[in-house]
Write a protein that binds this ligand. Structure first.
Ligand SMILES: *Cc1c(COP(=O)(O)O)cnc(C)c1O
Length: 360
């Protein structure tokens, strides 16, 4: 079986070059005489791997020096608890903008720890847009403000970074990390589950401003305290060593493509092509507000659930797989992360045109 164009929202496509390199090194890494999976996390070889992974991530995302980069476990969802546990430093109040299921889950989890206010939500409009919020909308004494930078399920992204003044801004960048440039100094904390743009599921990469570390309560589980992880350079316990190694290979790949700046241009081109095809079509329709459309997750529908199903099935037979929308929303979703080649998007557009001609 040939490799297919995999439009899955996550775990998702990874660069073939990276998979092949990992394959070559699978049984014997460099001069180590063993696989990275078999290596002590305290070994010199692994120390080099994690240090290089961090250095590359810092370079690619332009992480300022006063931020710690952490490699964590438990997926994006564990951050939904770690954020309030660690960042409710004073008032124990936090303000959330709810733009999708991930934001809602994060908000619901945070309610276990403090006083949460939903500043804005697009839920009544099925999360088809990103609310515009101003500095005055936040509680002055909020310990942090929380956003989901890219909404994987609904296909939206923030076209702006909310101005929160002195209140630290937290962003879940799970589905758009490394896909566009960001001024990280505008955030107190960013995090990303790895399985969309970085590598194997389970790993989380985070960057946190140093002055926000060290405020977790006494009874905070050791592993869930950013301070534990920061003080031990993400090596308090055995970290997900192979996933960190794999992330390093992906970071090297991103760098070899010219870095995030160049990938952003490619991502903008890929997304524009696909949205143009949808907007041009008389069959397909994108429900998302134009200016808030995601570069990574392109959501579209025919308006007929049976026809949507037929599209997804026929696309699959043509080697364009995982185009079904999230199980809770239906329709179609093409996730076109960094590793989706432009030819994959071209093939999808050609298939959509053929399908439309056949199903008029
Ligand atoms: C996938 C995703 C998550 C959840 O990640 P898990 O690793 O499954 O916990 C959280 N936030 C966003 C934006 C996501 O896309």
């Amino acid at each position: 079986m040939e490799r297919v164009y995999n439009f899955s929202a996550g775990p998702s496509m990874l660069p073939l070059e990276v998979l092949e390199k990992a394959g070559k090194e699978m049984t014997n890494y460099g001069e180590a005489g063993m696989s990275v999976m078999e290596m002590s996390h305290r070994s010199k070889d692994f120390d080099n791997i994690i240090k290089e992974a961090e250095a590359l991530f810092r370079e690619l995302m332009n992480i300022p020096d006063n931020y710690k980069v952490l490699f964590l476990q438990g997926g994006g969802s564990t951050q939904f608890a770690m954020v309030p546990l660690n960042l409710m430093r004073n008032s124990k109040k936090a303000d959330y903008i709810v733009t999708g299921q991930w934001a809602k889950k994060a908000m619901t989890e945070a309610k276990k720890f403090g006083d949460i206010r939903v500043v804005a939500t697009s839920e009544p409009d099925v999360y088809t847009y990103i609310p515009k919020v101003k500095k005055e909308d936040f509680r002055e004494d909020a310990d942090y403000v929380y956003i989901t930078a890219n909404n994987t399920i609904y296909g939206t992204r923030y076209p702006y970074i909310p101005d929160t003044g002195d209140i630290p801004l937290v962003a879940d960048m799970s589905s758009n990390i490394l896909s566009q440039e960001y001024d990280i100094s505008k955030f107190g904390l960013i995090f990303a589950g790895a399985q969309k743009n970085i590598g194997p599921a389970g790993l989380v990469v985070a960057a946190i401003r140093e002055d926000l570390i060290g405020f977790a309560p006494e009874n905070c589980p050791t592993m869930l305290n950013y301070k534990t992880q920061a003080d031990n350079d993400s090596l308090y316990n055995t970290p997900p060593t192979y996933s960190i190694y794999f992330a390093k290979l992906v970071f090297e790949w991103v760098k070899s493509k010219g870095g995030v700046k160049e990938l952003q241009k490619i991502n903008e081109r890929k997304a524009a092509k696909l949205y143009d095809a949808i907007d041009r079509s008389e069959l397909f329709n994108c429900p998302v507000n134009k200016e808030d459309r995601s570069l990574m997750n392109v959501v579209f529908v025919t308006g007929n659930a049976d026809l949507d199903k037929k599209f997804v099935a026929e696309a699959k037979a043509a080697g364009l797989v995982n185009l079904g929308g999230h199980r809770t929303v239906g329709g179609m979703r093409a996730s076109i992360y960094n590793a989706m080649p432009e030819e994959g998007v071209d093939a999808l557009i050609a298939f959509m045109e053929k399908f439309e001609a056949e199903n008029k």
